[in-house]
Ligand binder design. Structure first.
Ligand SMILES: *Cc1c(COP(=O)(O)O)cnc(C)c1O
Length: 461
């Protein structure tokens, strides 16, 4: 309803009542205006009615929703199913144009606006989460591994001689494959054991760079969020090495947005040295369906180059989901979740410590890992791998997902390379990422032992 239509309404309903209605609408519109003017995540979450109003306003700006639109091209935002149209709030055109995922589409002003606003709101949240000097970012409708691939492919043009990626080891397949798929050879740098922690071997990184020659190296590919007993890479030292040898630095920050420590590492790395881009998953950090990531960095033009590498148009769904989520939560709601996760982590840590003590096991001392915990399973049955595997399945049947119980020396194969998961320990690994909810329900019978308290039932949202 605009002013004219409110005026016409007064012929049917008393003017005073219509005025109240107009005032009501104005309340929603002021929120929309603040978002459009500032491009920031609103402090307080919006009501669903405001969000729906906003999405409908965006949708009717797109040509597929123009009344009497006669699309005579091959890509006119046609959908056969009303269910599909509603699932996407009638935003059918996607984002980007053939040359650039961040480009505006003339026939889809609403979708283009959605795309720009999402990137701007997400940038605001990255700052709020601890990387204050980030200058540019974009949501890309691919998960983390493929988004890392896109970063490596962008660097290829800048470093035509480069064949290698220096990669402090992390036993996660998609980050390994992100380099292989881009056509580069990962140079695995083994971590060093310091106390219980597996940490970046800085000397080995530097020695490898010298041995291979800086110009033959595409980049250093480091990792923040990871399973204990590995801890986040020494980002500051790596960033300094990258600056000294003039080598790009790409950071895999898969589930690090929710950890102020991981974000602080990125901020510090960029302050003292070189970080070209950092990549984070949408589902792991923002509680949306799998399918998107954020590529962010400190040099706006490099981030734009990456967005221009993306061939063709792209799905708007990941952008839409994260925008709806952040508008619903508001900055205050997201901050609250970050705070709760931190509290849950110390609760989980102290509870696991008690549990480990009770059973003559050890909670590994991994203070540099702000997200993940590891507990030994030495006495579960030292000579029986089956018991450890069984613990994993017991947790699973008790609806605990996300925990891993690892038998010493398990191997997995990625593209002809064997990965040994961990050194010399049977471990139970628990993460508090993705906003874990810990319920106080004890589970009886786990470990075939007496009732344990406190034990935790972990459940993801
Ligand atoms: C999730 C994750 C990835 C990427 O996985 P995608 O399925 O591509 O999102 C990479 N590295 C780590 C450490 C991860 O946790």
């Amino acid at each position: 309803m605009n002013a004219e239509n409110f005026g016409s309404s007064e012929r049917l309903v008393a003017a005073a009542y219509v005025r109240q209605g107009a005032q009501g609408r104005r309340g929603h519109e002021l929120l929309l205006r603040a978002l459009l003017e500032q491009g920031k995540c609103p402090e307080d979450g919006w009501d669903e009615s405001t969000i729906e109003l906003f999405l409908h306003e965006l949708a009717i700006m797109d040509s597929n929703n123009f009344l009497g639109n006669c699309g005579v091209g091959e890509r006119e935002g046609r959908v056969a199913s009303g269910l599909v149209a509603r699932r996407h709030y009638r935003l059918i055109h996607g984002i980007g144009r053939s040359g650039d995922i961040s480009a505006v589409q003339p026939k889809a002003a609403g979708s283009s606006l959605l795309n720009k606003l999402t990137n701007s709101v997400v940038l605001d949240i990255i700052k709020l989460a601890g990387v204050q000097t980030v200058t540019n970012c974009f949501v890309v409708p691919m998960a983390t591994g493929m988004s890392l691939t896109l970063c490596f492919l962008t660097l290829r043009h800048k470093r035509p001689k480069a064949k290698y990626v220096i990669w402090p080891r992390i036993d996660q397949k998609s980050c390994f494959k992100s380099m292989i798929t881009a056509g580069f050879e990962p140079v695995v740098i083994e971590n060093v054991l310091e106390g219980d922690e597996l940490r970046t071997d800085i000397e080995a990184v530097e020695a490898k760079i010298k041995a291979l020659g800086a110009e033959n190296i595409l980049c250093v590919h480091s990792t923040t969020s990871c399973f204990a007993p590995r801890v986040p890479d020494r980002l500051e030292e790596l960033a300094v090495i990258c600056a000294n040898y003039d080598i790009p630095h790409i950071v895999n920050n898969a589930y690090g947005v929710q950890s102020s420590k991981c974000m602080h590492l990125i901020q510090q790395g960029a302050r003292v040295g070189r970080i070209d881009a950092f990549v984070q998953s949408l589902d792991k950090n923002f509680m949306v369906p799998v399918g998107g990531a954020i590529i962010a960095g400190f040099d706006a033009s490099f981030i734009q180059e990456i967005s221009k590498m993306y061939p063709g148009r792209a799905s708007a769904s990941p952008s839409l989901d994260v925008l709806i989520t952040l508008l619903s939560l508001g900055a205050s709601g997201y901050k609250q979740l970050l705070k709760e996760r931190k509290e849950m982590f110390s609760y989980l840590s102290s509870g696991l410590k008690k549990l480990a003590d009770t059973h003559n096991e050890r909670l590994l001392n991994t203070p540099h890992n702000p997200i993940s915990l590891a507990m030994s399973l030495k006495n579960l049955d030292e000579n029986n791998d089956v018991a450890v595997t069984q613990l994993g399945s017991m947790l699973f049947t008790r609806q605990v997902s996300g925990a891993r119980s690892l038998v010493n020396g398990t191997f997995s194969e990625v593209k002809d390379r064997m990965f040994s998961h961990l050194p010399s320990l049977q471990l139970l690994l628990l993460n508090s990422n993705s906003f874990t909810v810990i319920r106080d329900d004890a589970f009886a019978g786990l470990f075939h032992l007496e009732y344990l308290s406190p034990f935790f039932l972990l459940k993801m949202y």
